[in-house]
Design a protein around this ligand. Sequence first.
Ligand SMILES: [Zn+2]
Ligand SMILES: [Zn+2]
Length: 80
Amino acid sequence: MGLYICGKCGALVENFSPPSSAGCPVGGSHYWIKVCNGSLVAKPGLKPYQCRKCGATVYCQSFPSSARCPKGGSHSWVRL
Ligand SMILES: [Zn+2]
Ligand SMILES: [Zn+2]
């Protein structure tokens, strides 16, 4: 499953394809970035990572994408 994070509001969504961009609480449309193939919950074969800037926690097959942290610049992922 793909894991997507909005680069504006920081919402995390697990979905097969990019979610609807309507209704970002920060204003306008969500700005979805695919973080990795993974999940929002721990599953066998997935590794946990947390961004030290926005606090998002993700479970990924491989190192997550650092593009566009909602706190500005790139995510700063650390392996938990
Ligand atoms: Zn958003
Ligand atoms: Zn971040």
